[in-house]
Write a protein that binds this ligand. Sequence first.
Ligand SMILES: Nc1ncnc2c1ncn2[C@@H]1O[C@H](COP(=O)(O)OP(=O)(O)OP(=O)(O)O)[C@@H](O)[C@H]1O
Ligand SMILES: [Mg+2]
Length: 270
Amino acid sequence: MQYKIDKGVRSENVILDIRDLSLDYVMPDQNIHAVIDLKLVARMGKITALVGESGSGKSTVALAVMGIQDKNAVISNGEIYLAGTDVLSLPKKDKRSYISNRVGIIFQDPIDSLNPLLTIGEQLVEAVLIHEKITKNQARTIALNQLLAVSLPQPEELMKKYPFMLSGGMCQRVMIAIASVFRPLLLIADEPTTALDVTIQAQILHQLDSMRKRDGTAILLITHDLGVVAEIADDVCIMKDGHIVESGTVDDIFYNPQHVHTRQLLAATL
Ligand SMILES: Nc1ncnc2c1ncn2[C@@H]1O[C@H](COP(=O)(O)OP(=O)(O)OP(=O)(O)O)[C@@H](O)[C@H]1O
Ligand SMILES: [Mg+2]
């Protein structure tokens, strides 16, 4: 089957295809229309950047894809096709495992995402064992290799450490190692470098880039930083007030922006 995103970019390798998604947060006095008629596609081995200012609805989209949105969130319309299946139509009992077997996620604050009471090794081995029926020793070997794959030195030593003993950049690499343990079809990275300083940011982006090249992972990169987008993304969706106001290839967006909001974002970056 052929899919399409704006401006005629066609691909059969669509991993995530969000169609006309609308999501409200129901509040006692009002409904917040956080996502409105949103269309977005992420392709195998490619990086789709979802860009927008704070509060535009980016994380809401990520959480909806993961099926872990807040309790007061109501999806009023649309479909979220993941590897060809609309996850919104799956029975509740199947939904969680369907998604978690296909999607990994990393967040802005890696230290908060790791369990402070378990060593890095325990957390990685646990992640491996969730997805593979193998012995603990075999899982340990895989865990060590995962740490090497994200360029973390002395993995043997690192396995014994607790998250608070690591820098933010190291924690984020551990999160990438955990997220890539089961070779997800899709990785969602929600502002993965915002909390890190500039040199470390570049290293983390490099890790994401090699993950898509090595494993063919489709990456949905959420960011407000167009500099990051220019460096690494293939496709770009610009979000404002719950809408995608423009989408296209990175060249379309940077060299031929159509929407006034895209131009404003670009102007603010220069
Ligand atoms: N549980 C909730 N209940 C009510 N409103 C919410 C809830 N979660 C988010 N919102 C609102 O929905 C809108 C979109 O929020 P969201 O967190 O998705 O934005 P974002 O683009 O990720 O912002 P940021 O760049 O700051 O992370 C915002 O107006 C936010 O205040
Ligand atoms: Mg957010």
